[in-house]
Design a protein around this ligand. Structure first.
Ligand SMILES: [Zn+2]
Length: 231
């Protein structure tokens, strides 16, 4: 029986990172917003309106930010590939020598390196240079729409958690419920992200929960200081 191929985390890193960051942002920014507004002693429906507005604003800005940054990455990749294509058509010998050198640096002897670059360039010259010279692989190809959507949707899903808690627990218990449940959500997200990325779960959980707690404490203080009638 042929051995099972080992799992690599790199394949999951791309979309996982965007998904977890989006959801964490959603939880932290919306929970902090809700806690801050609630600390200002406003009516329950005003707290919910602020939360929904925060969810929509946050999701749109995440999408816009990701789209713009990943699009400029895509532009850079395309410009690099265009230049490489040009080089290959005008300077083929130089390009082949360049590739040979790359393989020698990776440990191949001169003769084998020359053979490998010759065969790979005969098979797919641009592909070989894109992968081995520019470091562009299928996994890391920039996909602006995918990144924008992933961020917007995961932000909204993250933000919906404290919003749901705010809706379910009006009154005096609202702030403790939002703060407590959001810290549990954040710790769970941090732990899962660390686990899938092959890192220590506890450290991942504590790190995310710490910053979430700090953000909620800061907005609660501001809400309390500038609120309508602090108790
Ligand atoms: Zn090249």
């Amino acid at each position: 029986m042929s051995p099972k191929p080992e799992k690599h985390y790199a394949e999951r890193i791309g979309w996982l990172r965007a998904a977890v960051l989006g959801a964490n942002d959603g939880i932290v920014s919306t929970a902090s917003l809700l806690v801050g507004v609630a600390a200002a002693q406003v009516a329950h429906n005003e707290i919910l309106i602020a939360g929904v507005a925060g969810l929509v604003a946050g999701a749109m800005s995440m999408a816009a930010g990701e789209y713009v940054s990943v699009s400029s990455q895509a532009d850079t990749e395309k410009a690099d590939l265009d230049r490489e294509r040009e080089e290959l058509s005008t300077n083929n010998k130089f390009e082949r020598d360049e590739l040979t050198e790359i393989y020698m640096k990776r440990g191949l002897d001169a003769k084998l390196a020359a053979q490998v670059s010759e065969q790979l360039m005969a098979h797919d010259a641009l592909g070989a240079h894109a992968r081995d010279e520019l470091g562009l692989t299928e996994i890391h190809t920039a996909r602006p729409f995918q990144a924008a959507w992933t961020s917007a949707v995961t932000f909204a899903l993250g933000a919906a958690l404290p919003l749901l808690v705010a809706w379910l627990f009006p009154g005096q218990m609202l702030i403790p419920w939002i703060a407590g449940s959001s810290l549990v959500f954040l710790a769970a997200m941090g732990g899962v992200a660390a686990r899938v990325g092959g890192a220590n779960m506890l450290i991942g959980a504590v790190r995310v929960a710490f910053w979430g707690a700090l953000a909620m404490a800061a907005t609660a203080l501001i809400g309390w200081l500038f609120g309508t009638n602090p108790a």
